[in-house]
Design a binder for this molecule. Structure first.
Ligand code: SF4
Length: 247
């Protein structure tokens, strides 16, 4: 499965930016059996949803940082983004895409009830899934020592059961759970890698260690180096390896 994400504050129109290479490909990259997912801030989603569907992408995750439009826009630094994202969600549903909200939560946001607020928002918008990432000490958060611990996520595992037991709510997928000792472990460098726009290969976009560059070396050789050296395989208490490698 391909996952396509962008870090730009203001993406170009997704169809120019993301869909064009797939439209030009000699053989289809995505199929019904192997669909792709797109992560987006939703700015251009309303006008692009049908094109995204047409190139074989099956699902769209719209990143939402707050259930309140003003706070979301402030965090993202783009006025009007929340409203655009909601319009995009509606258009994606209409285009018959699987639609999720992805959100990054820390302990504070969980304890304050913000996770519940986001889940209620997702229910109101009729999305299929809420993908919850636990914030990691990387990027702007690299000095946040409080993000290195995993204990609080156990409370979150229990807390969301009531939503997953209720058919009226979207499915709630906790990334912390999927990567913990109770899940499959970290997929970075085991069944997943991240390629930067410059061709550097890292285990994932939160784990900044570079194992090679596809402009200089064949991808399978880089992959071998990664899986042999990293030792990320298997489930463990800490779950996400980025929490330790970047500390
Ligand atoms: S390092 Fe963390 S964020 Fe990256 S793939 Fe592993 S669990 Fe996921």
């Amino acid at each position: 499965m391909f996952g396509i994400g962008k870090r730009n504050k203001m993406p170009k129109r997704p169809c120019d930016d993301i869909c064009s290479p797939f439209k030009k490909a000699a053989t289809p990259v995505f199929t019904a059996q192997h669909p792709g997912d797109v992560f987006t801030n939703g700015w251009f989603l309303a006008e692009s949803a049908a094109d995204v569907k047409a190139v074989g992408i099956g699902g769209v995750y719209v990143s939402i940082d707050s259930s309140q439009s003003k706070i979301h826009d402030q965090k993202r630094g783009i006025a009007g983004l929340f409203a655009k994202a909601m319009d995009g969600i509606a258009a994606a549903k209409k285009a018959d895409l699987t639609v999720g909200i992805s959100s990054c939560i820390d302990e504070q946001a969980f304890e304050s009830g913000e996770l519940d607020n986001i889940i209620e928002l997702a229910k109101r918008q009729g999305v299929h899934e809420v993908l919850v990432f636990d914030a990691k000490p990387v990027g702007r958060f690299c000095d946040r020592n409080d993000l290195k611990g995993s204990l609080w996520t156990e409370k979150m595992f229990e807390h969301i059961k009531k939503y997953n037991d209720d058919e009226k709510y979207p499915g709630i997928l906790l990334y912390a759970r999927a990567t913990s000792h109770t899940g499959l472990g970290c997929p970075g460098g085991t069944c997943y890698f991240y390629m930067t726009p410059y061709g550097d290969i890292c285990p994932c976009d939160f784990h900044s260690h570079k194992f090679g560059n596809v402009r200089e070396e064949k991808l399978p050789l880089i992959w071998d180096k990664m899986v042999q050296q990293l030792g990320m395989h298997g489930s463990n208490w800490h779950g996400c390896w980025a929490k330790r490698f970047n500390s």
